[in-house]
Structures are given as structure tokens and as C-alpha cells.
Design a protein around this ligand. Structure first.
Ligand code: TPP
Ligand code: SF4
Length: 335
């Protein structure tokens, strides 16, 4: 079967989709199913790996290979898969709880190693599957099943975590814009190495409208900053506002009345992650929140280094024998 002949329909299967009506996950699923044929990868070379959560049911609904693993461990399983089968296109689907709470450790090391996997984190600032407890991305004061008097934790910025771990590709998109999601997914696919994409996703049941102030049709123009490599950081009606960055701090300036030259030009290719890290901390209501590609840089990939080392040692010492190794040294029999 030729990969170029595939259409969206080829990625849809006969499973009943079990998300609540109106959940943002549907729009993300549709955007991925639409994007897959455009990648030009054969279906049997694509695999979706997930942890546990509403979002992590995703592999059931894709007509590709899939692996529904255990809570927080999807990046680990995906790392093993990437080492064993570097020819595959490997996508990790995870939630904010799955990736940043129980799975935080696994996520950061996959990013640090620059494993060739594409991590899509559905951020709804809540634990959907377990009925609405607060999560590591929930804002202070969040009233939830587990924080009835308001959460007192300081939240993570998902993109800041990825950048802090050394991710070579970091982007953000949102469930209300199919075109934007698709463009970002394609960029993530093209990236060689670990790609991290945060998707702002609406959980209609437990956290409805939490991103409305950013993604809402009327709010977007003033509260969303579209990152475009080589272009100034401008936003607002007629792009009259901009972000100036001086002394490691951002400032909103009036770009229309003489301060255009102060407005920073977006650079996604900076080796130093400091600028992208600053962007990852911009939040409402003081700043517009960025969407698009924060950072995209090249670094050596993990798989090629590991595979080269194994080949080198095999050439020098011959193929190993796992069975002999397990039975070597002291062994015990338990009766
Ligand atoms: C070891 C373990 N601990 C806890 C759970 C319970 N649990 C299942 S999903 C989940 C959180 C899901 O939240 P998130 O990752 O944000 O995904 P969403 O459901 O919102 O898509 C938790 C705590 C579990 N399944 N396994
Ligand atoms: S609980 Fe929330 S995240 Fe889970 S399926 Fe329902 S709307 Fe979607």
C-alpha cells in the first residue's frame, strides 16, 4: 500500500469513541487523523503510545499500531520502542497529570536524551479520568474534588518543564484551531529528536472553559501571541501591541505608536533556551500566551548514539548470550 494514497478515513477505525460529548479530545483526534496522511508515512510504521487518562485512550481510536501502557510511563515504553525500531514514527499521547505528575521523571529524561519521539500533552489542567482532581498545571485557588478550599500549589508551565529538560523542539497549540494543530504536528514530525507539543484542551465536564480567556474567539486577538520565526512578537487588533524583551524580562509595548523597533523578533533556533524559557512563563492577565513553535534546534539523537555503541562493541567482542549471562555467577533455586 502506498503511503501517499492514504486519507483521513484510513486512520479512523470502528471503535466507539468514549469521551464525553463536547470534549476537546475529539477535535485533537480529528486533527491528527487528518494530518497523518500528509506525513507520507506508511500506516504500519506509525505507533501511538499512551499512559493512563481520558487522553490516553487515544490509541484505541487510531487505525495504526498503538500501546496503552501504565500511568506516566509512555515516554519510557516509547524510548524502548525507538531504540528497537528507529524506523517507526512514534507518538506519545499523555495528559497533564500523566506526564507531569506521576510521569514527570520519565518525561524529562526522554527529553534530555533527545529520543526521537513526538510527545503530545493534552493539558486540561485537571485529572479528567479520575473525575476532576487538580493537576500540576492547575492555577492556585483551583477548587476541585481534591482541593475543596482551593489549591495552594504553584503550577508548572508544561512548556517550561520540557525546555528545562533540554527538549530540542517545544511548541504549543490548542484544540479550537484544527489548522494550527495540524501545522504544529507536521513540524513536530519533521523534527529529528524529541518533540514536545502542549495542546490546550477543554474538559467540558470538570474544567469547562479554563482556557477560554486565551482561546475564546473574542479573546484570542488580545490574549494570544502567535509565534512566527523571524517575525516580531506582535498581537492585538491590527497588531498594535508587541512584546519588548530587555534585561531578561518581557514588557508589553504599543507597537503602533513608535515602539515597533523595541518589539522582539521571534527566534526559534536559539541554542540557548533562555529566550524560549522566558516565553514559556508568559501568562494571562499580564501577558498574551504564546502559541506556535517556541524552540526548534538540532542536537545529536539518542538512538543513533546507542545503536552505534552496540555495533562497535559487538564488532569488538562478538554477540552476547543473554541466557548464559543470566545463568552466570551465583544462582539460587527457591523451593
Ligand atoms: C499508578 C496509578 N496511580 C493513579 C492512577 C489513577 N489515575 C488514572 S488517570 C489519572 C490522571 C489522569 O489525568 P490526566 O493525565 O491529566 O489525563 P486526562 O484524564 O485529564 O486526559 C490518575 C491519577 C492510576 N491509574 N495508576
Ligand atoms: S472527563 Fe473531561 S477530559 Fe475526560 S472525556 Fe470527559 S470532557 Fe474529556
Amino acid at each position: 500500500m502506498s503511503a501517499t494514497a492514504l486519507t483521513k478515513k484510513d486512520f479512523v477505525n470502528d471503535q466507539e469513541v468514549r469521551w464525553c460529548p463536547g470534549c476537546g479530545d475529539y477535535a485533537i483526534l480529528a486533527a491528527i487523523q487528518k494530518t497523518m496522511p500528509e506525513l507520507g508515512v506508511a500506516r504500519e510504521k506509525i505507533v501511538f503510545v499512551s499512559g493512563i487518562g481520558c487522553s490516553s485512550r487515544f490509541p484505541y481510536y487510531m487505525n495504526t499500531y498503538g500501546f496503552h501502557t501504565i500511568h506516566g510511563r509512555a515516554p519510557t515504553i516509547a524510548t524502548g520502542l525507538a531504540l528497537a525500531r528507529p524506523d517507526l514514527s512514534i507518538w506519545v499521547i499523555t495528559g497533564d497529570g500523566d506526564a507531569l505528575s506521576i510521569g514527570g521523571n520519565h518525561l524529562i529524561h526522554a527529553m534530555r536524551r533527545n529520543v526521537n519521539i513526538k510527545v503530545l500533552l493534552f493539558n486540561n489542567q485537571t485529572y479528567g479520568l479520575t473525575k476532576g482532581q487538580y493537576s500540576p498545571t492547575s492555577h492556585p485557588g483551583t477548587i476541585s474534588k481534591s482541593t475543596p478550599y482551593g489549591s495552594v500549589d504553584q503550577p508548572f508551565s508544561a512548556t517550561a518543564v520540557a525546555l528545562g529538560a533540554g527538549a530540542t523542539f517545544v511548541a504549543r497549540t490548542y484544540d479550537k484551531d484544527a489548522r494550527h494543530m495540524s501545522d504544529v504536528f507536521k513540524r513536530a514530525h519533521e523534527h529529528k529528536g524529541a518533540a514536545f507539543v502542549e495542546i490546550l484542551q477543554n474538559c467540558v465536564i470538570f474544567n469547562d472553559g479554563v482556557f477560554e480567556d486565551i482561546v475564546g474567539k473574542d479573546q484570542r486577538v488580545d490574549h494570544m501571541l502567535h509565534l512566527q520565526h523571524g517575525e516580531r512578537l506582535r498581537f492585538g487588533k491590527d497588531n498594535q501591541k508587541g512584546l519588548a524583551i530587555t534585561d531578561f524580562a518581557a514588557e508589553v509595548v504599543d507597537a503602533a505608536s513608535g515602539r515597533l523597533d523595541d518589539v522582539a523578533v521571534h527566534r526559534e533556533d536559539l541554542q540557548n533556551p533562555g529566550y524560549a524559557f522566558l516565553l514559556s512563563h508568559l501568562m494571562q492577565p499580564e501577558f498574551p500566551e504564546p502559541v506556535g513553535v517556541f524552540r526548534s534546534v538540532e542536537k545529536p539523537g539518542y538512538e543513533s548514539a546507542v545503536i552505534a555503541q552496540i555495533e562497535e562493541q559487538t564488532a569488538r567482542r562478538g554477540r552476547g548470550n543473554l541466557d548464559a549471562l543470566l545463568r552466570s555467577g551465583d544462582t539460587w533455586q527457591i523451593h
